[in-house]
Design a protein around this ligand. Sequence first.
Ligand SMILES: *Cc1c(COP(=O)(O)O)cnc(C)c1O
Length: 222
Amino acid sequence: MAAPLSDPASAYHEVVARIARAAQASGRDPAAVALVAVSKQQPWEAVAPVLAAGQTAFGENRVQEAMARWDGRAEGLTLHLIGPLQSNKAREAVAFFDVVESLDREKLARALADEVQKQGRRPRIYVQVNTGEEEQKAGIAPGAADAFITACRDVYGLPPEGLMCIPPLDEPPGPHFALLAKIAARNGLSGLSMGMSGDFETAIAFGATSVRVGSAVFGQRD
Ligand SMILES: *Cc1c(COP(=O)(O)O)cnc(C)c1O
């Protein structure tokens, strides 16, 4: 459920509490599940109270929008790029983000690797997997994931920390989370970025180490 925009701080505390309860219900340590607060397309009046409440990890889906919002405010924060990235924006992405969660193809891996070399700055990397094999959605196909992860490590020098997925809107998310966890496990990856406002508790039950929650914290986007 979306929180009223008037009180994002209490909506934030409620989401933090729900994450802890979901972790405990699965016998997991609440500290093992990070919250990435997805601030994309939110007015600053919605974001400021959550920042003031102590949240330090934020997710954005567009490079330019994120830079406009966070430039000069990013000190001490961890900024995650969770939206599709064009190769020609690799320079800005490497310069600005702490975590890039949407690596999904060789051309982009090459562009990121070049920028890591040039800038000497290395964002943490997640490979996005298109678990539902949806035509319109970004992400590497599940059947191509193992080879791509190996190439990220061995060819591009971009060892991923974990995997990210966005399940299809019209399907139960559990099987998608389970598939992502299985691909991560067989590739020796510990990070699982999965779960959004509508399904983060399910994702935690399936092993999410980080959940990306927007509207449940900040209210509906315009
Ligand atoms: C927008 C977005 C979210 C947050 O969605 P909510 O339903 O508002 O929580 C999470 N992950 C990605 C990749 C997104 O684009």
